[in-house]
Design a protein around this ligand. Structure first.
Ligand SMILES: [Zn+2]
Length: 338
């Protein structure tokens, strides 16, 4: 376009606009009044969920670690198991202790107990949250003291610490749905170079011997490695396969609550964890919230299966993100929003 044609065209446009404005002004009384603003959507109730107390979850983790490594067949393991049962009962839960013995891949037998804590067992609509409470008997990823058991503050105790705080919350703020908090035993003493069946011995047993026949929770979520600094929760592969909607809802909820730093809406591959056997044997589409901060050799973080997995690795902000997301999910489900 050449320069000299610009001014006349602009003048015509201006005149046209002025004419339209004038016509609109004159015609105003004859035009329909504008529609009233739409009423607010009435059928989406705002659900308030109780605050998840990360300090309390942290104390639960510290207490477990103080028993010593929760290695099956040891006094520390037995004492911690008894304490967990006592705590769930204190919060008004009905607790089933499901004994399980299974061969250890290096020889001998591992003796354990799946701790199944039921909130309002009489209610048929139930949701299931799970974690493992045992810890690993060796630090095979460490450079020193590889034969010594790890504290497992993140690997084991963190998930259980969150479940215990949820139990306390439910006692303080009752809901009308059933909630099962399951602490699987014998998860973490498998063979990194062997079959997946060497892991998750407790959940393998439970998934073939359900504590109630035909158990079919509304949804089921596993928490593993949910407490360490630098945690990143991606959408795990097996979870996405069996329950993609639940995965999306959990990640959307976490993001809406402001935890996008931890819950990353990106996909990752499948992990051998308790949910695998729950899905395979019990046909319950359990999803796994598990931290996978790294891409390379140590996807679970540098502390994984080392002596760095002690109480100092725990970050209350991570506990809050996971615990508040789970708590909000429960109270939304109770309100019929989920
Ligand atoms: Zn582990």
């Amino acid at each position: 376009m050449s320069k000299h044609t610009k001014r006349p065209v602009m003048a015509y446009v201006l005149i046209a606009v002025l004419l339209l404005v004038a016509i609109a002004y004159v015609a105003r009384p004859f035009l329909k009044p504008s529609a009233p603003p739409a009423p607010p959507v009435a059928n989406v109730p705002k659900v308030t969920a109780p605050d998840f107390l990360a300090d309390s979850a942290f104390t639960n983790i510290k207490k477990q670690v103080e028993f010593g490594p929760r290695v099956p067949n040891t006094p520390a393991h037995k004492k911690c198991g008894e304490w967990l049962v006592k705590e769930f009962k204190r919060y008004g839960f009905s607790v089933i202790e499901q004994k399980v013995s299974a061969p250890y891949y290096k020889g001998g037998t591992m003796n354990g107990v799946n701790i199944i804590a039921q909130y309002k067992p009489e209610i048929s609509k139930r949701i299931c949250l799970a974690a493992h409470w045992d810890s690993r008997n060796e630090a095979d990823k460490d450079t020193k003291d590889q034969n010594k058991a790890i504290d497992g503050a993140d690997d084991g105790a963190s998930g259980v610490g969150v479940l215990l705080e949820i139990a306390r919350t439910l006692q303080q703020n009752p809901v009308d749905i059933g909630v099962d908090l399951i602490c699987f035993d014998l998860e973490d003493n498998g063979n990194d170079d062997g079959a997946s069946e060497t892991w998750c011995l407790g959940s393998q047993y439970w998934s073939k011997n359900l504590h109630r026949p035909g158990y079919s929770p509304y949804y089921a979520i596993l928490l593993d490695l949910v407490g360490a600094k630098g945690a990143k929760f991606y959408k795990e592969g097996i979870s996405r396969e069996v329950a993609p909607e639940l995965v999306d809802r959990v990640w959307d909820l976490a993001n809406n609550l402001g935890y996008s730093q931890y819950f990353i809406p990106e996909n990752r591959g499948g992990i051998t964890d308790d949910h695998l056997f729950v899905i395979r044997n019990a046909r319950i589409p359990m999803i796994d919230i598990i931290s996978l901060p790294n891409d390379g050799n140590s996807p679970f973080g540098a502390h994984h299966h080392t002596h760095s997995d002690d109480i100092n690795i725990i970050d209350k902000n991570v506990l809050k993100a996971v615990g508040q997301t789970m708590t909000t999910l429960i109270y939304r489900t109770n309100a019929g929003v989920f």
